[in-house]
Design a protein around this ligand. Structure first.
Ligand SMILES: [Zn+2]
Ligand SMILES: [Zn+2]
Length: 533
């Protein structure tokens, strides 16, 4: 920098100096510290000692908090790696139920018996049904999975397979989750696994940059619907694949956009399947969407109006009540065609991958590459054609119903499920309509339950245990503290800048400690007569 120390600087010189606050952010990011730490007050229950603790925001998008997003991505990579070539069946034993959980279930049992007794007498059960609803919520709140009773029977649809689709070979599915092992002549064993990529079908020819060669004939409607139902189609594919291979096949899958902005899915699969079998399953897999027809726009101008007394939507001119979601579904018969049939494209990619190989690392890189970005931000439009393509897709998604509760159903003269006032077609709040989602609002990573046998929280705890072990820190008893959030008005609240400075100092401190611990461990290895573990 020019200018004498303490002397006057020109305006240009002053502006050229980096802004101290931004430098703090840069330094924080360099050290992997969260840029939006959350402040909590930690009270030691035994001693009453209060401490301020800053915890990372944990956001998974790099546009919000790059260090947290990167940490989340690495955690996913670890989860992917751990499950891919597992050579033993993962053990998933639920914890035994605690007293509170048992009490809740006992309460629920009594309510059910009382309700069924009333129903048998033909009496009104509304009050007890409400009570049962509350108890079910309490059961969930008490940390139990699932419901005590199965959900109410779903609408029956013909399960006859479509005539235009190849038949699917079926086997009984065993509970085995790990792949086969092969032994080479030299006695070495291999447990090969697979990396598979499935894509959507063609909607029209696309150019190198992903934009359609002819935007006017590109099937945007089909593209929009396939994206909306992509998760359901993937689910169906896995079910079919399990039936074909005859065991409880495990997967770690990541949903990503192609350059043409259609979703595709990369799947790490434990064990192997032949290309022929994969082709068979892809050809035989489809997902039918039995939703009411949206062929005719009933209300393009004057929209249905909400009636407060009946809590329903009415025709603006005649005052007629619009059919409810359930009525509209009941009107669909088996003779009707489903509103949409989603399928994968015939082109797919499959390769065998060996545990611990360079290929395995490369594939894990693919699987986690875009996880810190919104689907719509993975390929930024650089050409006019690309921008136009993104715009047309967004427009196609605008009036497509995204779910049974979508406001767009009003446009087609149907009350959305759980209708409420203020719904405007074309203005549905569902994420799928937003540009950055490209029609796919589901989870970006889909992991089968017995992949690594661990949840993300377990993998996070593994990391923490490794770290505290490395630093020789005592394990803290989580029951020893009570936590309260610190709000902006509180006397001990730290403003953002101050919080950032603290997390940077903390990171530097423990990074130094970790480096020291590593060096000490290396020294010990050397002095221990060269024996390696
Ligand atoms: Zn963060
Ligand atoms: Zn919607």
């Amino acid at each position: 920098m020019t200018g004498t120390p303490g002397g006057r600087k020109t305006r240009a010189e002053r502006l050229a100096a980096p802004l101290a606050r931004n430098v703090v952010k840069e330094v924080a990011a360099e050290h992997g510290a969260c840029l939006r730490p959350v402040q909590l007050r930690r009270t030691d229950i035994d001693t009453g000692h209060v401490e301020q603790v800053l915890i990372p925001c944990g956001h998974t998008l790099a546009s919000v908090c790059p260090p947290c997003a990167e940490r989340a991505r690495l955690l996913r990579a670890a989860q992917c790696r751990e499950g891919w070539h597992l050579d033993h069946e993962p053990v998933i034993e639920p914890d035994p139920a605690n007293d509170q959980q048992r009490t809740r279930v006992a309460d629920r049992s009594e309510a059910q018996a009382d309700r069924d007794a009333l129903a048998a007498e033909g009496l009104d059960t509304a009050e007890l049904d409400e009570r049962i609803g509350e108890l079910d919520q309490q059961i969930t709140d008490a940390g139990m999975r699932g419901n005590v009773l199965p959900a109410r029977a779903r609408r029956h649809r013909s399960t006859r397979r479509r005539q235009d689709t190849a038949p699917l070979p079926r086997r009984a599915v065993s509970s085995r989750t790990i792949g086969k092992t092969y032994t080479a002549p030299d006695g070495k064993t291999f447990r090969p696994s697979m990396f598979v990529t499935l894509t959507c079908p063609s909607y029209g020819r696309v150019r190198e940059d992903g934009a359609p060669a002819d935007p006017d004939t590109y099937d945007y409607r089909r593209a929009a619907r396939d994206a909306l139902h992509f998760a359901a189609l993937f689910d169906r594919f896995i079910q079919n694949l399990r039936r074909l291979v005859g065991h409880d096949l495990q997967y770690f899958a990541a949903i990503e956009p192609q350059r043409r902005l259609a979703p595709h899915v990369h799947i790490a699969i434990r064990g192997t399947i032949s290309r022929t079998e994969l082709r068979e399953v892809i050809a035989a897999t489809y997902h039918q969407v039995w939703w009411p027809s949206t062929e005719t726009v009933k209300y393009g101008g004057g929209l249905p109006v909400w009636d407060e007394h009946t809590s329903t939507y009415l025709d603006p001119d005649t005052g007629e009540v619009l059919p409810t979601w359930d009525q509209a579904l009941n009107a669909i018969s088996d003779q009707d065609e489903p509103r949409h049939v989603a399928r994968f494209g015939q082109r797919f990619d499959a390769q065998g991958v060996l545990a611990g190989s360079r290929d395995a690392s490369r594939c894990i890189g693919y699987l986690t590459k875009y996880l810190t970005k919104h689907l719509g931000n993975c390929h930024q439009a650089a050409t006019d054609a690309q921008a136009d393509h993104a715009g047309r897709l967004a427009e196609a998604l605008r009036y497509e119903p995204c779910s049974p509760a979508c406001a767009n159903w009003l446009r087609y003269g149907i009350q959305p499920k759980n209708a409420r006032p203020g719904l405007l077609p074309g203005r549905c709040k569902g994420k799928a309509h937003r540009r950055e989602y490209l029609g796919y609002a589901g989870r970006r990573v889909l992991v089968s339950r017995k992949w690594s046998g661990k949840t993300l929280a377990d993998h996070r705890a593994d990391r923490k245990a490794w770290l505290t072990g490395m630093l020789g820190l005592p394990a803290t008893d989580p029951g020893r503290y009570s936590w309260t959030p610190v709000k902006p008005g509180d006397p001990d609240h730290m403003p953002t800048g101050q919080r950032l400075l603290h997390v940077v100092a903390d990171r530097i401190q423990w990074q130094t400690a970790l480096e020291l611990a590593r060096r000490r461990a290396a020294m010990n290895d050397l002095s221990a007569t060269g024996s390696t573990a």
